[in-house]
Write a protein that binds this ligand. Structure first.
Ligand code: FAD
Ligand code: NAD
Length: 469
């Protein structure tokens, strides 16, 4: 208890009283860091800025969501594991965002941060091009920045397989604005279904929520949606609640393929009890504004009308990563991301590193991997600085330590594959759910986020979730 109070007091004091920082030093090498996600922030937190100058670049992206709502630029770190909870209001969006300035202001040397999008990387001249994509432009909105070292941590794009209609009609679940869009569209569907004289078949379509992809993102979203329906919508919309239907479409024979068969069965059983229809061995082939066409294992093509469509079929490289792979002449042979070696160096490029989802290595694209790679890379830079001072430092290749997989499956239940002792421990149920919550709380970067998330959980239990849009 004393430790926790001490940590909280220290965190609060630090946020309110940033200390004096050393300024940019032209005699030091400059690291340019792209991104403010899991990889970039773990790297930045661990990096000793006494040895380097750091310039951080992040996309400033705006998106019109439905009625021209302008989304804030991403000048923050986003705790993605709790993003599905934000789509139904169990947790508020601000509770899982950490402003990047809270992190940069506490490094020993001033970190320059430009809110902009990196549009090109030139490995030959060791420069990057950046552009200000906001709608309020200053006198300069394009610039070129030189680097001594470049760390690419730009994450990945949503995989659509180039299917027409997906970007137009479906909602993704990767960024803050995606969660906002889902929440708005869900409540739009419910309110439109309740509109005067709505024909019954249109009510059924509007209240059909379809999730494509049975990986952890799709499963966790379906689970949160089910809880919202049971805990809140049934109370506030009793005339519509029994018509609301959730369907999960998955191309493979089962959901959560990375979990043990015992946990897969447990998840599928829980979904059945919760009346979530799971269509496995079913592949989406066409997407239109009000319906999708799916191909079943028996080669039958079926049309499924929907009100809300959530698309969670995994990752693909961002356009910038593809452009860079094309520019690097040697070695970039994978269509799945930037090939790196065991020291996070981008194959075929000089003084360039890649971490997290944008890099293709033998590990899954998870926050766990990105975090470990970020910390490892900070250690590499520490060693390089000591070697330059003449010390004899040996750098071992990166080794990933898998700490287990967790997923929320609804009705206060979670599944966990934990590599304890020498074997795997697979557990599911309510106790696992408590464990799931405590693990995520412990992984949050700041006391402020922990406090806000605990408050949101309490608030939604006591008062219910907010059904306003
Ligand atoms: P990101 O965190 O995506 O960050 C990329 C950064 O790069 C962002 O700041 C972005 O704005 C910036 N960027 C993009 N393009 C550019 C550009 N051109 N120029 C400059 N900056 C750019 N993993 C787990 O281990 N456990 C979980 O429980 C878990 N839950 C998840 C839940 C959801 C809903 C999702 C979507 C993912 C989840 N993941 C989880 C996966 C995890 O979020 C990713 O693996 C992780 O975010 C990857 O980190 P990253 O730093 O590579 O990329
Ligand atoms: P994923 O790649 O894990 O799963 C996507 C699923 O979509 C696959 O099972 C695939 O078979 C299916 N699919 C693809 N095309 C389809 C189609 N046309 N029709 C039907 N199904 C189709 O993607 P994800 O769930 O978005 O996760 C991305 C990454 O983030 C993964 O590495 C995952 O482990 C990680 N993540 C982890 C957690 C967690 O640990 N709790 C939560 C979310 C995401």
């Amino acid at each position: 208890t004393i430790g926790a109070i001490g940590y909280a007091a220290y965190d609060i004091y630090n946020k309110r009283h940033p200390f004096e920082q050393k300024s940019f030093d032209p005699t030091k090498r400059t690291i340019v860091l792209l991104g403010t996600g899991w990889g970039a922030i773990s790297f930045l937190k661990k990096l000793n800025t006494d040895d380097y100058n750091v310039v951080g670049i992040n996309v400033k992206r705006f998106l019109s969501v439905l009625a021209d709502v302008v989304i804030s630029p991403r000048n923050y770190f986003l705790f993605t594991p709790l993003l599905p909870s934000c789509t139904v209001g169990t947790i508020e969006l601000r509770s899982i965002m950490e402003p990047i300035r809270f992190i940069t202001r506490h490094k020993s040397r001033n970190v320059k941060f430009f809110e902009s999008e990196c549009t090109d990387i030139d490995p030959e001249s060791k420069t990057i091009s950046i552009t200000d994509v906001s709608d309020i432009k200053g006198a300069v909105s394009n610039s070129t920045i030189p680097y001594d070292y470049l760390v690419v941590a730009i994450g990945a794009d949503n995989q659509t397989f180039g299917m027409a209609g997906v970007r137009e009609y479906a909602c993704f679940l990767k960024e803050i604005w995606d969660a906002q869009k889902i929440r708005t569209r869900l409540m739009d569907c419910v309110e439109s279904a309740g509109f005067a004289s709505q024909p019954p078949e249109e009510v059924n379509r509007l209240l059909h929520m379809v999730v494509v992809g049975g990986g952890p993102t799709g499963v966790e979203y379906a689970a949160e949606l089910h809880d919202f329906l049971k805990d809140d919508l049934e109370l506030w919309y009793p005339e519509l609640a029994d018509k609301l239907k959730i369907t999960l479409v998955e191309a493979l024979p089962n959901v959560l393929p990375m979990f043990s068969s015992q946990l897969i069965q447990y998840t599928e059983r829980t979904f059945k009890q919760n009346k979530i229809e799971v269509m496995t061995k079913t592949m989406v082939k066409e997407v239109a504004d009000k319906e999708i066409k799916v191909l079943k294992a028996n080669n039958e093509m079926v049309t499924i009308p929907y009100g809300l469509l959530v698309w969670a079929t995994g990752n693909c490289p961002r356009p910038l990563a593809r452009k860079l792979m094309a520019r690097i002449k040697e070695g970039q042979t994978s269509p799945r991301g930037l090939l790196i070696d065991d020291y996070m160096r981008v194959v075929g490029a000089q003084d360039m590193y890649a971490i997290g989802d944008c890099a293709f290595s033998r590990y899954a694209p998870t926050a766990q991997v990105a975090t470990q790679q970020g910390k490892y890379l900070a250690n590499i830079f520490e060693s390089l600085a000591r070697i330059e001072e003449g010390q004899n430092k040996k750098i071992a290749p990166f080794e990933y330590t898998h700490q287990g997989s967790l997923a929320y499956i609804g009705s206060d239940k979670a599944v966990a594959d934990l590599p304890f002792l020498n074997g795997n421990v697979s557990v599911g149920g309510v106790a696992t759910y408590v464990f799931w919550r405590s693990v995520y709380i412990s992984y949050m970067f700041s006391f402020r986020n922990k406090f806000l998330v605990l408050g949101d959980w309490t608030k939604s239990k006591v008062f219910g979730r907010d059904v306003s849009r």
